[in-house]
Design a protein around this ligand. Structure first.
Ligand code: BTN
Length: 231
């Protein structure tokens, strides 16, 4: 998968809405919409996502096939790529908080929103990422001020949002392409046993869920995986 930047906005209602419009009109996988400020940013669980200037707000059109369509794992991969991008840009050590918050020093630095849309035969996933890069403390709404932070607040310096974006794109492309295991028939050697079945997804801790031929499920935290064939 190759990310292709389609639109860059100084100010937009929501990149999530805009990417969805483009996907509805047939935009291909990898179409990227970026904004420097959002006036109607959307968060998870129907919440608003404060999106003042200084942040990086992006949405990506993805068209995973049914085997890849594991929203939890794609969101997790996006959160991981975002965490790596922030770390590389600002030499920090961010962590992930379930389900897919990016956290630094106990405060939220970013979040990921995955909207799965099914329209007739067409289905796509709009993956949104909001990162507080240079956001000033008083630019956050009062109710999130004690919970949220930005790289600028934590490091007393400003950073290039373009650099964060470049790192995010390259990490995400790499991780997404490596997720081919999901949906495949696999043979896993683990603790002296060999398990065969369909790699049906990852659970929230990142463990591999294998569906056996008798429909029982095995949750695997380690093991050597051999892909047998795509299902
Ligand atoms: C969360 O609630 O933690 C997820 C927030 C995701 C926000 C991003 S910012 C870019 C994209 N556009 C939106 O309106 N929301 C997502």
């Amino acid at each position: 998968m190759k990310v292709s930047p389609a639109e860059q906005h100084e100010r937009l209602g929501s990149t999530q809405e805009r990417a969805r419009e483009l996907a509805q009109k047939g935009a291909p996988e990898g179409t990227l919409v970026v904004a420097r400020e959002q006036t109607g940013g959307k968060g998870r669980l129907g919440r608003a996502w404060a999106s003042p200037t200084g942040g990086l707000y992006l949405s990506l059109v993805l068209r995973p096939d049914e085997g890849m369509l594991k929203r939890a794992s794609i969101s997790l991969v996006a959160a991981l790529a975002a965490s790596e991008a922030l770390d590389a840009t600002a030499r920090v050590s961010t962590s992930l908080k379930w389900p897919n918050d990016i956290v630094l020093h106990g405060k939220k630095l970013g979040g990921v929103l995955a909207d799965l849309v099914r329209e007739g035969k067409d289905s796509y996933l709009i993956l949104g990422v909001g990162l507080n890069v240079n956001t000033a403390r008083d630019a956050f709404p009062a109710e999130v001020r004690t919970l949220a932070t930005s790289l600028a607040i934590e490091k007393s310096a400003t950073f290039s949002t373009d650099e964060v974006l470049e790192h995010f794109v390259s990490h995400f492309e790499g991780h997404y392409d490596r997720m081919t295991t999901l949906g495949s028939r696999v043979r896993v050697k683990v603790a002296g046993r060999t398990i065969e079945g369909k790699a049906s997804g990852l659970n929230a801790t990142g463990a591999l869920v294998v569906e056996l031929d008798d429909k029982k499920r095995e949750i695997l935290y380690a093991g050597d995986v051999e892909e047998l064939r795509s299902l």
